[in-house]
Design a binder for this molecule. Sequence first.
Ligand code: ZN
Length: 349
Amino acid sequence: MSGAGAWEKFPKVDLHRHLEGSIRLETLREIARSYDLDYPIDDLPRFRTMVQMTPDQRSAEALLAKFAVLRHFFRSEEIITRITREAVLDAAADEVRYLELRFNPVALSAHNEFTPAQACRCVQNASALAAVDCGIDVRLIISINRSEPERAHELLDIACDGVKEGITGLDLSGDEVNAAAEPFIDLFDRARSAGLDISVHAGEWTGPENIRFAIEELNATRIGHGIGILDDPDLISLARERGTLFEFCITSNYLTAAIAVKKEHPVLELTRKHGLSTTLNTDDPSIFDVTLSDEFEFAHDHLGLTIEELRAMNLRAARHAFLDDGTRNKLITHLQQKYAENDNLPAKM
Ligand SMILES: [Zn+2]
């Protein structure tokens, strides 16, 4: 990760981070070495183009191809445990005080001998232990791939079984250009009834229609990305009235070509001018070689968000977190106290 020293002490919240996109490069190389996987791990620039996004390969397809490659690295329960622990430790080291980590148990069990339920159990155990060890809160979201509807019910059952053990949300992710969300309506109804909260990737690479569908038909209270809302004033009004939260990920949005120019990310316009509820997140810190500190630094230095707006973003994220009220209130109080201390701002401020 590149690391943005200036913002590393600023207390933050990340609601949109994929476990599969959070694996340290060095860990991937070690796994490849241990399991004799056929990847060019000694040719680092070449290896990086296989598992990380670079500016010369900006597209949704390129990102989805990384996830397909990464599935080959999940060879054992020990690996799932290790990558989960490292993802939590890396978030904590970046002063992420509350993390929601989303993952697809089908992806984690695609190339090994264990079941999605076993993979999920590894993530639950490892994330709970790591969270205690580094003193942050972590909750889990089960992510269903739009292109694998045949596995969706199995994943819903896994999510429902884990409701009292760290799993608090359900997500729909993947190729929204070619895979419709219609087959998932009943499934997301069941998820709501089971007490799961809903965050859906929508309007990342498509227009506003997918965002409207996620809000109205899938009952999403949070939208992953949602860049496409810019094209629909009525939908902006609807999202504002409902208090729908938008999980923006600046570097991801640029490197997947959801936006054309990084310095023209619409987060400020949608927050300040249109009054939408917005947050900043990493999406995939390893794939995009970015930390949440990097994102805050960019938003401040290049997009013009003020320190007060960035604090408000984290408090807003805490209010929309898929958390019980007791933990949520503690998190909000913690952030407010830290912001009042005023000693965690970037040195150059
Ligand atoms: Zn995502």
